[in-house]
Design a protein around this ligand. Structure first.
Ligand code: PLP
Length: 391
C-alpha cells in the first residue's frame, strides 16, 4: 500500500505500480526463503524424529523399566542383541553412559587400567568419566589416521601382571568403529578380530564404542554381527545416523548385562517408562539403517565438490562414511571462524573443531539439493574473498 502511494506520487501508472510491487514482493519472499533454509551439518545427532517415529512414540505401550517390565524397552533390547549377535542388551540414555557402564563393568576392581586410543571419544570427549567416576586408569595408545592403534603398540601397553606392586592391572581394550575424530573411518573385521585375539591371549576384555557401528557395517559391506564378533560388549547409538531422538543400547553376555543394569541404576540411568523412547529406537533400526548408504554417498559428493573450491583443503578419498573434515588454506584471507559464520548467515551450519579444522556430518535429513545449496554457499563466500584478494 505504502509502496503504491510512493510510486504513484512519482506519477507511475497504477498497473505499473502493482507490477513493481508484485516483483518486489516476490524478491523479498525469495530472500526470506533463502535465509530460512537450514542445512544442519553440525552432527548426525541433530536429526529430528521422523513421522513414523512420532506416531510409534504416541501409541507406545509402557511400563516401569527399572522394575524390568517396559514391553517396548524389552523388545528393543532383544532386537538389538539379536542384530549384534550377542546374548542380551540394555537401553541406556546416551552413548557416553553406554561406554562408561561398559568400562565400569569390565573394570570392576579399582585401579584397573583400560587401553584406549589417544584420539578416541572415550578419552577425549567423555569428561574423563571412566577415571573420575569409575577410578579406571586410561592408558592411551596413538590412534593412526585410519582410527586403528598398531597391534604391537597395544600389546606393548598391556601391563606385566607380575609387576602389580607398581602397575595398575590392564583389564580392557576399547576400539571405536567408526572412528569419529579420524573422520568416520571404518575399522575392518580383520583388524577387530586381531585385537580380539590379542585381548584373549592376555585375558582382557574388548569393548567397542559402536556409536556408528552400522555406518561401518554398511560401508565395509560386512554384517554388523560379524563385525563385532570379537567384542565382549558394544555400545550402539540410536540417536546418531539412525535418527532416534534419544538413547543407545549396550550389548554383551547375559552376565555382562545383569551387571550393567545395576551400574546403570547407580549412575541414575534407570528411566522408568522408556517405551516412548524405545519405540522410536525400534523404528530407527527397522527403517533408517538402509538410509546410511545414501548418507555416505552424499558425504562423498559434498567432499568432492568442496575439493574443487579454491581455498579449501579436503581429501575426498579419505571420506569413508558420513563425516568430512576440512581446513582453509593458510593466508587465504578469511579465517575458518569467519567462513563458518558467513555460511551460518546463509543457513548452513557446521562444527568448528579447532581454529583450523571444521567438521561436516551428513545424515538422512540432508537432501541432495541441500548438498548443492551448501556447495553454492561455500563458492559464493569464498569467491567474494578471492575478489578482495585479487587471487
Ligand atoms: C564415537 C562416539 N562415541 C560416543 C558418543 C557419545 O554419544 P552421546 O552423545 O549419546 O553421549 C559419540 C557422540 O557423538 C561419538 O561420536
Amino acid at each position: 500500500m505504502i509502496m503504491t502511494l510512493v510510486l504513484s506520487s512519482y506519477k507511475f501508472p497504477l498497473c505499473l505500480c502493482n507490477s513493481i510491487q508484485w516483483w518486489v514482493h516476490r524478491y523479498l519472499r525469495h530472500q526470506q526463503k533463502m535465509v530460512s533454509r537450514k542445512v544442519d551439518l553440525r552432527s548426525d545427532t541433530v536429526t529430528k524424529p521422523t513421522e513414523s517415529m512420532r506416531a510409534a512414540m504416541a501409541i507406545a505401550e509402557v511400563d516401569d523399566d527399572v522394575l524390568g517390565h517396559d514391553p517396548i524397552g524389552l523388545e528393543l533390547e532383544e532386537e538389538m542383541a539379536k542384530i549384534m549377535g550377542k546374548e542380551a542388551g540394555l537401553f541406556v540414555p546416551s552413548g557416553t553412559m553406554g561406554n562408561l557402564i561398559s568400562v565400569l563393568v569390565h573394570c570392576d576392581i579399582r585401579g584397573s587400567e583400560v587401553i584406549v586410543g589417544d584420539n578416541s571419544h572415550i578419552h577425549i570427549l567423555e569428561n574423563g568419566g571412566i577415571a573420575t567416576i569409575g577410578g579406571v586408569h586410561p592408558r592411551t595408545v596413538k590412534n593412526n589416521a585410519d582410527g586403528t592403534m598398531d597391534i604391537h603398540l597395544i600389546e606393548a601397553a598391556i601391563r606385566n601382571p607380575k609387576a602389580q606392586l607398581f602397575f595398575p592391572t590392564t583389564r580392557l581394550i576399547c576400539l571405536e568403529n567408526t572412528h569419529a575424530n579420524s573422520g568416520g573411518k571404518c575399522l575392518s573385521v580383520e583388524y577387530t578380530d586381531e585385537v580380539g585375539e590379542l585381548a584373549k591371549k592376555h585375558h582382557l576384555k574388548l569393548h567397542i564404542d559402536g556409536a556408528r557401528i552400522f555406518n561401518a557395517s554398511i560401508a565395509l559391506g560386512v554384517p554388523v554381527d560379524r563385525l563385532v564378533q570379537a567384542a565382549d560388549s558394544v555400545s550402539v547409538c540410536l540417536s546418531k545416523g539412525l535418527g532416534a531422538p534419544v538413547g543407545s543400547v549396550i550389548v554383551g553376555s547375559k552376565d555382562f548385562i545383569t551387571e550393567a543394569t545395576r551400574v546403570r541404576k547407580a549412575l541414575g540411568g534407570g528411566m522408568r517408562q522408556i517405551g516412548i523412547l524405545c519405540a522410536a529406537g525400534l523404528i530407527a533400526i527397522k527403517e533408517n539403517v538402509q538410509k546410511l548408504q545414501a548418507d555416505h554417498e552424499k558425504a562423498k559428493q559434498l567432499a568432492s565438490g568442496l575439493y574443487q573450491i579454491k581455498g579449501l583443503k579436503v581429501d575426498p578419498k579419505s571420506v569413508e562414511t558420513n563425516i568430512i573434515f576440512f581446513e582453509i588454506e593458510e593466508d587465504y584471507g578469511i579465517s575458518l571462524e569467519t567462513l563458518c559464520k558467513s555460511l551460518e548467515e546463509r543457513g548452513v551450519f557446521m562444527m568448528l573443531e579447532s581454529q583450523i579444522r571444521a567438521r561436516i556430518v551428513l545424515h538422512h535429513q540432508i537432501s541432495t539439493s541441500d548438498v548443492h545449496y551448501t556447495l553454492s554457499c561455500f563458492q559464493q563466500t569464498l569467491s567474494g574473498i578471492q575478489v578482495v584478494n585479487g587471487n
